[in-house]
Design a protein around this ligand. Sequence first.
Ligand code: URA
Length: 240
Amino acid sequence: MVRLQKVIAESGVASRRKAEKMIAKGLVSVDGQIVTEMGFQVKKGAKISVDGKLIQKEDKVYYLLNKPKKYICSNSDEHSRLIVTDLIECEQRIFPVGRLDYDTTGLLILTNDGDFANKMIHPRYHIPKTYELDLKGILISEHIKRLEKGIDLDGKTTLPAKIKITNKDFTKKQTTLEIRISEGRNHQVKNMFAYFGYEVTRLNRKRFGFLSINDLAVGKYRKLKPYEVVKLKELADSGN
Ligand code: URA
């Protein structure tokens, strides 16, 4: 048995929150009976209608995108900025798995599979993510050690990270580096460096677990292969 709002959301007709509103308004029926009870459990094979139309289960799709700058990771934007889903041509109602900032580029997964997305971003599952970045200033070894060990961000210590310096430009006073973290808190990378007063001026996610975007130009995307989806789920489970 599955909750009614989940079945509706998975059919692609509406988001879970919108589905709840439709249920409350009496627009949803199960096997011919209007249901307004929130959390109503639906039996397998039940016929569900929303606004008089029978819903069907939507195929699950998974995309890998190389996100350009100036796109937001959301389903809509009140400031009319471009949104990442505009870049992908598909019939399903997909959404980004986690967020990359407006000015961050790189690897982003999009899907219509809510359970998969939750698994990928849930703090319990520690999927490693690698970012490359430039920051203003020369990063000193003391700060590298402390960032790798864990610092206090919003009252919670960050999990161990790995930093690899790729360039120190003493003329421009800029450090280029890679950092691997296994969490996905909001603005985590920028906030980690801001903790020691460094400003991140370029941020690109290049790896998510075993996935990379070397084969994708900025703004381009491809479908994830079924084995990649399975492997990502296994990776999340193993980091539990
Ligand atoms: N960390 C950030 O600060 N920003 C991102 O977009 C991703 C990780």
